[in-house]
Design a protein around this ligand. Structure first.
Ligand SMILES: [Cu+2]
Length: 225
């Protein structure tokens, strides 16, 4: 039989042995909510982008198994890489020299050409993404948390006949509907867009050239006209 003293020693050893695992668990719990603030960038707030929308809807509830049925595209995105969700504001590509089409092949438009070591690849998958309802004339609102400014914004909209549920986005699926000039640093950049002759599920593809660096953001937003 163990004496009382032995019991205590064993308990202490067990605690020490478990400490690294406990610390790792705490770090996992804390990291998700601290990392987004550490790197402020931006995304399309309206109509909300795929990554920003999945973070808004599920960021506080990302382990809820109901997501698989209620919001399957967000579910697959969370399963692919939670860092794409915590870093919903970091979907950009650097070093293109402005020639972004050369760096972003067809079927990879929503991940900015598998940027960030493939972190955002789940954004490319076609399917029943949640959509925002819009009319033929709408306003795109880009959120700039870091006050980078904008050299320009471009807004593309998919052509009528494109099937967002089955077809990953290609450059040929898109029609350029708005190009802007520069914006001084601000929290929100608004772009008025007209995209007549469309119905059903479409994708609004917004490109934001930040002014502080060779850094271009690419956002897919699902809409219903
Ligand atoms: Cu930034």
């Amino acid at each position: 039989m163990l004496s009382l003293r032995d019991h205590r020693t064993d308990a202490r050893r067990l605690t020490l042995r478990a400490l690294p695992a406990v610390l790792a668990a705490v770090a996992l719990l804390v990291t998700p909510w601290t990392s987004p603030a550490a790197s402020a960038h931006g995304s399309t707030a309206d109509p909300v982008s795929r990554n920003y929308g999945c973070w808004q809807r599920w960021g506080n509830d990302f382990q809820n198994p109901a997501m698989e049925q209620e919001d399957p595209m967000c579910w697959q995105a969370w399963q692919w890489d939670t860092n794409a969700m915590w870093n919903w504001n970091g979907l950009y590509r650097e070093g293109t020299g402005g020639d972004f089409q050369a760096f972003i092949p067809d079927n990879q438009l929503c991940s900015a050409g598998h940027t960030g070591d493939g972190r955002y690849n789940s954004m490319d998958n076609p399917g029943p993404w949640k959509t925002s309802g819009i009319g033929a004339n709408f306003t795109v609102d880009v959120l700039d948390q870091a006050l980078h400014g904008a050299d320009y914004l471009q807004v593309y909209v998919t052509r009528q006949g494109y099937n967002a549920e089955t077809d990953a986005l290609d450059w040929g699926d898109l029609e350029l509907r708005a190009t802007t000039g520069t914006y001084a640093p601000a929290s929100h950049y608004l772009v008025n867009v007209s995209a007549p002759g469309r119905s059903g599920h479409h994708v609004v593809y917004t490109i934001w050239k930040a002014s502080h660096a060779d850094q271009i953001y690419f956002f897919c937003s699902d809409v219903t006209f």
